[in-house]
Write a protein that binds this ligand. Structure first.
Ligand code: SAH
Length: 369
């Protein structure tokens, strides 16, 4: 509800003292490895300098070129003239008692996305956004209420990961990534795959693709492209309903796609990646939580090796949906389990800071929610 000034695009709040009239620098996290190598060689520096820079960025947690102590001072100065390491700012950070931390990231153009760090035993998982807003229109999700503004760049996705990494003590590492923040990751495949390339690279964040999950509303051609990349990311498909009539009401993009093509694409992904599929199902009280929905769902899933991730609805201000009662949650679970479906009920972490899914509305212009 606070209204913040929108800065002209050649200034940032944090770097205002560096000379607001300068043109914006390039975002280093956006630069593919080859392009950094070329940039260095054009200035007479050997390729290994690129490796050093990457080490500083992804394991050294550097936020300034000055801190990259094994680079020649002249190179550090040249880098600082041309690049920013981070270009966004942290509009708000909230921490919950269970150790969950959520950052509301304000992008250089004023758009906002959120990302979350979850602590669970030894796990340090992060939930990352892929777009400002979302075009899929799921009726219960705040992210899509005002449509999509734009895709995030590779650098903007990586910056979320690094900002969360920097919140960990020096002896802790990120262990898991879920692309489940704002946006539809498969509608931004180039940005998402480029960022995840760095995430899984041993020279980057070094997180195995088996610990990386891409959550999608289910866009078959993009699922096939992902399968063709042959990188065994986990795929989570947001199903939310066992039939087309109900799914099209809850997930409007389903009108153009249909459940069957989504399931077939998921099957093809399973065949090519060997990774067990996850389906997600947001349980909305009185809408998709009935016994008949549960039975129908078991028929839809029959013969498939899947994990069913059931997520009780997190209330979104202004939306009419209800979190189902404890009884209907456990009845739903029991029906699925008794027919042999692997079911996981998502633990609600970070509840009191609204870090749960689907609760941030798009904001293009530097105003908070
Ligand atoms: N667009 C992708 C990823 C972002 S949403 C997708 O659809 O999967 C990540 C998950 O959060 C999805 O399963 C989504 O349905 C769920 N979600 C969205 N809004 C929610 C809400 N209000 N309560 C609970 N889960 C929600």
């Amino acid at each position: 509800m606070t209204s913040l000034p929108v800065l002209p695009s050649n200034q940032t709040a944090e770097h205002g003292d560096e000379g607001g009239a300068q043109p914006r620098k390039a975002h280093l996290l956006n630069l593919p490895d080859d392009a950094l190598k070329d940039w260095l060689s054009e200035r007479g520096y050997p390729a290994f300098r690129g490796k050093q820079i990457r080490r500083w960025l992804y394991s050294g947690r550097a936020e300034s070129f000055d801190s990259m102590s094994d680079l020649p001072a002249k190179l550090r100065a040249k880098l600082a003239e041309s690049f920013d390491i981070f270009q966004a700012s942290e509009a708000h950070v909230s921490t919950s008692r269970d150790g969950t931390e959520k950052i509301l990231v304000r992008l250089a153009d004023g758009g906002e996305v959120e990302c979350v760090l979850l602590r669970d035993g030894d796990r340090r998982s992060i939930c990352v956004s892929s777009q400002v807003g979302c075009a899929m229109g799921c009726v219960f999700c705040a992210s899509g209420l005002d449509g999509v503004d734009r895709n995030l760049t590779r650098g903007e996705i990586l910056e979320q990961m690094l900002r969360l990494q920097h919140r960990l003590p020096a002896d802790e590492r990120l262990s898991h990534i879920v692309m489940m923040g704002m946006g539809e990751p498969l509608a931004n495949l180039p940005g998402v795959l480029a960022a995840l390339d760095v995430a899984r690279n041993p020279d980057g964040l070094g997180i195995s693709p088996r610990r990386i999950t891409i959550s999608t509303v289910g866009l078959p051609p993009a699922i096939d492209k992902l399968a063709a990349s042959k990188i065994p990311y986990n795929l989570a498909v947001s199903l939310h309903a066992p039939n087309d009539e109900l799914r099209s009401r809850l997930v409007p993009v389903n009108q153009k796609i249909g459940i069957e093509p989504v399931l077939s694409a998921a099957d093809r992904y399973f065949q090519s990646s060997g990774r067990r599929l996850t389906f997600e199902y947001v349980l909305l009280g009185g809408i998709n939580d009935s016994e008949s929905c549960a039975h129908e769902l078991t028929r839809v899933l029959r013969g498939r090796t899947v994990m069913m991730n059931v997520i009780p609805y997190n209330p979104v201000e202004g939306l009419p949906y209800k979190t189902p009662s404890k009884e209907s949650i456990s009845r739903f679970k029991q029906i699925l389990e008794s027919s042999g479906v692997n079911v996981m009920f998502r633990q609600r972490k970070g509840d009191e800071i609204d870090a749960a899914c689907g609760q941030l509305r798009r904001n293009r212009g530097g105003k908070t929610k």
